[in-house]
Design a protein around this ligand. Structure first.
Ligand code: HEC
Length: 106
């Protein structure tokens, strides 16, 4: 898990993103988030949340909270510390704009 995280963190130094920049957001999601949340926001490890289709405002708030330490999680605090405001905006845009369908249990 640590190596995943280190790979994720080093990716952010190589790929800065501009606000409202979907291709950059996709690249960043691939390099920084997909090992745990998937590029498409469907979690690939049991402890991580699904992010696709989530409210943009919620994603933005959580990423700011992880970055400031207001919300504590060992992995997310490390990842979020590498993000700029523009990165957070782009990633919140990216994951919130992935369409999901919901089916209620019968
Ligand atoms: C090493 C694995 C890992 C990586 C990489 C990672 N996350 Fe997470 N993420 C987690 C885990 C585990 C949680 C649940 C933490 C908790 O309980 O607070 C989480 C939670 C979150 C949440 C809160 C979800 C909710 O429902 O409240 C958001 C938003 C999030 N991650 C976004 C991201 C983004 C964006 C990236 C890439 C910049 C990223 N994460 C990279 C493991 C990871």
């Amino acid at each position: 898990m640590l190596s995943l995280l280190l790979a994720a963190v080093s990716g952010s130094l190589l790929e800065p993103a501009l606000a409202g920049d979907a291709p950059a957001a996709r690249t960043m999601a691939r390099s920084l988030c997909q090992n745990c949340h998937g590029e498409d926001g469907v979690a690939v490890v049991p402890g991580a949340a699904n992010l696709s289709g989530q409210q943009k405002e919620y994603l933005r708030q959580q990423l700011h909270a992880y970055r400031s330490g207001g919300r504590r999680d060992a992995q997310m605090n490390i990842v979020a510390k590498t993000l700029t405001d523009a990165d957070i905006e782009n990633l919140a845009d990216w994951y919130s704009s992935i369409k999901i369908t919901v089916e209620m249990p019968k």
